[in-house]
Design a binder for this molecule. Structure first.
Ligand code: NAI
Length: 268
């Protein structure tokens, strides 16, 4: 395939690839030409997405992994390297939400959110970036959030984790340059509210907010979620398109950035 964002021959790992934004990223990378390793905690969903990638004419394997477990991530990296030979693109996307007023929050649940986002990205970057540095080419795309730039009241663990991921992208970009690996770029993508299970599914934040208040989802949206200029949920494919751009050769000049895809909900 040759196109504006040609990823022919590239090998990608996508965490949280079993559904939502991660699934859309897997399919968009595959459509641009990449082989894709689908990584998440949900075996069946990984398999289903891997089959969708194969249907697009690319190679794909599912890996059932909890990204908070460094041993599991290391084993996954070894298996992917055995399957693909190398990894050029890492999309660190796995994530969870937790609603809790800070003052009454439970420490273990608070910590788990930080572990999934920040420690998950730590383990994946550590396991998969050495090959990129060695070859002098790589793309690391970390899915943060507008809540990596703004506070989300009653989601303090999520806000802290997402701010941490912006910091991780910036410092890793600087370290790649310091190591002379200038072909390895590291960026964060910061989505606004996106139409996935995390927001609109049965356990999603919009659904739970509406239930808690005893109002319709439309009213909950008006009161708490109407934060963007466009006043709409983003679609996962809109986030995926930015990921593909950053992964492409055309995106090589972008590193150390935290790029909003948020319908104008944040301005920095
Ligand atoms: P989702 O809940 O639909 O999907 C999350 C994925 O992460 C699932 O595949 C799940 O199995 C996986 N996952 C969770 N914990 C894991 C673990 N410990 N190890 C491996 N995989 C794990 O959520 P969605 O919306 O697709 O979110 C994807 C990313 O985008 C997350 O990092 C989220 O914080 C971020 N994001 C989402 C927004 C939204 O409005 N949906 C807005 C901004 C950022």
């Amino acid at each position: 395939m040759s196109g504006f964002m040609d990823l022919e021959g590239r090998k990608a790992v996508v965490t949280g690839g079993g559904r939502g934004i991660g699934r859309a990223v897997c399919l968009a990378l595959a459509a641009a030409g990449a082989d894709v390793a689908v990584v998440s905690t949900t075996r069946e969903r990984n398999l289903a997405v891997a089959e969708e990638v194969v249907a697009l004419g690319r190679r794909s394997f599912p890996y059932e992994v909890d990204v908070t477990d460094g041993g599991q991530v290391k084993a996954m990296a070894e298996a992917v390297l055995a399957d693909f030979g190398e990894v050029d693109i890492l999309v660190s996307n796995a994530g969870i939400q937790h609603h809790a007023p800070f003052l009454t929050s439970d420490f273990e649940r608070w910590k788990r959110v930080v572990e999934v986002h920040v420690f998950g990205a730590y383990h994946c970057c550590k396991a998969l970036m050495p090959g990129m540095v060695e070859r002098g080419w790589g793309r690391v795309i970390i899915i943060s959030s507008i809540w990596g730039k703004l506070p989300s009241p009653f989601f303090s663990s999520y806000t802290v984790a997402k701010h941490g991921l912006v910091g991780l992208a910036r410092v890793l970009a600087a370290e790649m340059a310091a190591l002379g690996a200038k072909g390895v770029t590291v960026n964060a993508v910061c989505p606004g509210f996106t139409d996935t299970d995390m927001v609109t599914g049965p356990e999603g934040t919009l659904t739970l907010t509406a239930e808690k208040l005893g109002v319709s989802r439309e009213e909950a949206w008006e009161r708490f979620y109407r934060v963007s200029l466009q006043d709409r949920l983003l679609q996962p494919e809109e986030i995926a398109a930015m990921v593909v751009y950053l992964a492409s050769e055309k995106g090589r000049g972008i590193t150390g950035q935290a790029i909003n895809v948020c319908g104008g909900a944040a301005f920095h």
